[in-house]
Design a protein around this ligand. Structure first.
Ligand SMILES: [Zn+2]
Length: 270
């Protein structure tokens, strides 16, 4: 599933081909994605110039004078910039034809992705309840400590709550908690202030690093089979159950928290 770093990598890959360009036509082959593609988008997007491409949580927003297109990659979606004569495949659900002659193509075998429309000056309901971005200055130890007081939920569940902070997916939550030496099942309300300061810093560091790694594959956005890079070899705990901790050698354990598999070192994390 594309996580925040892959979405940000996608944004950086496609933005140079979209910003300042006009959408000449929108071709929709499959309108039934996770939600139906709204009629307003079909009516309003063609003819508009894309002013900016922004990321909010795992949504990409292409802003125009008439409103903004919201794109979500879902479980298996990808966006690519292609020359206009590349024939569509079975899972290529929509294209935006640009005045440059190129197209933006959305491919999604499982169809959990979405293409929605936001009116100018409005906030789409899907974005209204979201917490701060992890790279915001407001996201720090004081913020996490304040938000967590009185909460008995596991700290991992707290960290993955999109109302607390957006974009910290399962892999990155496990890795950040390991880097901060915090046991994923510890009650969020029992984590001390200085440990939250370290956790916030580790979340920023790990996500920023993953984006840098994804950035090495940007050229793939101009090829038919491009996919952002992952950094599996560099994971400390995620997916490593039974393997030795890279810090202390203790076997990594796997448990289920909030219906998600999580991985931790029983010695390093308290
Ligand atoms: Zn360890």
């Amino acid at each position: 599933m594309p996580e925040l770093p892959e979405v940000e990598t996608t944004r950086r890959g496609i933005a140079p081909y979209l910003v300042g360009h006009r959408v000449v036509a929108v071709t929709i082959r499959q309108p039934r994605l996770r939600w139906p593609i709204p009629a307003a988008l079909r009516r309003l997007l063609p003819g508009q110039k894309i002013e900016n491409v922004e990321r909010r949580a795992k949504y990409l927003l292409a802003h125009t004078g008439a409103g903004s297109a919201l794109l979500h990659l879902g479980m298996s979606g990808s966006l690519r910039i292609l020359e206009r004569d590349v024939a569509p495949g079975a899972h290529d659900h929509f294209d935006w034809r640009l005045d440059s002659g190129r197209i933006l193509r959305f491919t999604d075998p499982r169809r959990f992705g979405s293409l929605l429309w936001q009116k100018p000056g409005a906030t789409h309901p899907l974005l209204a309840q979201l917490g701060p971005e992890p790279f915001d200055e407001a996201f720090d130890g004081v913020y996490l400590w304040t938000k967590s007081r009185g909460r008995s939920a596991p700290v991992k569940t707290f960290l993955m709550d999109q109302r607390i902070v957006v974009g910290v997916g399962n892999i990155y939550a496990a890795e950040a908690l390991f880097a901060a030496d915090i046991h994923p099942r510890r009650a969020a309300g029992s984590v001390a202030h200085d440990r939250y300061a370290r956790l916030a810093a580790e979340v920023k560091r790990i996500l920023a690093y993953a984006i840098t790694r994804g950035g090495t594959t940007l050229r793939d956005f101009l090829s038919p089979d491009g996919a952002p890079g992952y950094f599996e070899q560099e994971l400390f705990v995620y997916g490593r159950a039974g393997e030795p901790c890279k810090v202390c050698g203790t076997p990594i354990r796997s448990i289920v928290i909030g219906q998600r598999s999580t991985f931790y070192c029983p010695r390093c994390q308290r």
